[in-house]
Design a protein around this ligand. Structure first.
Ligand SMILES: [Zn+2]
Length: 377
């Protein structure tokens, strides 16, 4: 049997993970098999969690644990990726060139996941005073449901909660203490389909059109009125956006249904409830159906223990904020979190996505130092 305390190579493991298709629309079970096999070889206690997503597809998450004792440290990564449709090469054939690992999910975030696994693989139970966890979650890119399932249902995790956690999303190993959330207002118009030759239809598109014009106006307000900003972030604005579908209705048919989705990024202490109400109020005034949901932003004290530990381990000068969201929403109520991982978010969601090999190797050292600080002595 392999020595469970042998060190492992994050590049080899990241390649293994990239080679398995785990785009959010397919099952995450195969990529979780890779994670679980690695954890088995390296002596983790393991729990697998499963649910069916809205499309009925099986989604798995895995959590591994080493050592005993509450008050330890957890590393959280997601296993799903955005689609690789725009790639000119096979997105699931990883390669290393010019000190870069190239492949779909290499940066966001199979490389970071591999770094957390390798940093903890060689740990011996008897050298730990508090437990270390590595979580690999499903569906971060589309719903965050995998993270919520681990937080609520994992017996392994809930038996001895960690006090500190690292969301290993790419930040170039600079600790991040706050990020924006994600909010949606979904506005639906219901019409009646009919061939236009009969003139008996009611076009959902024409019902929703006046509302769309008002959304365009609001977009300008949210961008320029500084009361909607938070200057802790760059950019300070809410990233207001609107997409629209009539489900491909043909020009000679009245659209039976039209849906406008307004999306933006809430920030701590901002006017999110006002933004939702301003959009919803206009939709209701036009007799449209409205549904709103807001994913909360994340923030810890910039001088919280986990941030200080991350700063010391990484050698970064000061923590910062980022404008994108993570799985932090699921874990932040009970565990003090910081976002910190190898690689640059600029590489995420791009064709030809890559991560620097040097960042991956450095992450293993940084995470090891954090384990020493939180879980030993
Ligand atoms: Zn990510």
């Amino acid at each position: 049997m392999a020595d469970p305390t042998a060190t492992a190579d994050p590049v080899a493991l990241a390649k293994e993970l990239v080679a398995v298709d785990s785009v959010s629309r397919v099952s995450s079970a195969p990529v979780c098999d890779v994670v679980e096999r690695f954890m088995e070889r390296h002596g983790f206690e393991i729990e697998r969690l499963t649910y069916r997503d809205d499309a009925g597809v099986r989604k798995d998450s895995v959590i591994g644990k080493k050592g005993r004792g509450a008050g330890g440290l957890a590393f959280y990564s997601h296993v799903d990726t955005v689609p690789g449709d725009g790639w000119s090469t096979d997105p699931h054939s990883p390669s290393v060139r010019d000190d870069r690992l190239i492949g779909l999910g290499s940066c966001d975030m199979k490389g970071p996941l591999a770094a957390t696994l390798c940093a903890t693989a060689a740990l011996r139970y008897d050298r730990l005073d508090r437990a270390v966890y590595v979580a690999a979650t499903a569906d971060e890119e589309i719903s965050g449901a995998g993270a919520r399932q681990i937080d609520r249902e994992s017996a392994l995790y809930n038996a001895e909660l960690p006090r500190c956690g690292v969301i290993a999303e790419p930040t170039r190993l600079v600790p991040v203490y706050a990020h924006k959330g994600g909010a949606r207002v979904i506005v639906t118009a219901h019409g009646r389909a009919a061939h236009t030759s009969t003139d008996r239809g009611v076009s959902a598109n024409l019902l929703i059109a006046p509302f769309l014009a008002e959304v365009a106006e609001l977009a300008g307000t949210f961008r320029t009125d500084e009361s909607f900003w938070n200057r802790d972030f760059d950019p300070p604005t809410i990233g207001f956006n609107m997409v629209f579908t009539d489900f491909g209705t043909r020009p000679n048919v009245s659209a039976p249904k039209a849906v406008c989705t307004v999306a933006f990024r809430p920030m701590p202490g901002d006017r999110t409830p006002d933004v939702i109400e301003m959009v919803s109020e206009r939709a209701r005034a036009h007799g449209l159906q409205v549904e709103a949901r807001a994913g909360t932003p994340f923030r810890v004290d910039a001088d919280a223990e986990v941030v200080r530990v991350a700063l010391a381990a990484s050698g970064a000068e000061r923590p910062r904020t980022v404008p994108y969201g993570t799985d932090a929403h699921a874990f932040k109520e009970r565990v003090q979190l910081v976002v910190m991982g190898p690689g640059d978010i600029a590489q995420a969601h791009t064709d030809g996505e890559w991560i620097e090999v040097a960042q991956l190797r450095r992450a293993v050292d940084v995470y090891r130092r954090m384990v020493q600080e939180v879980c030993q002595g």
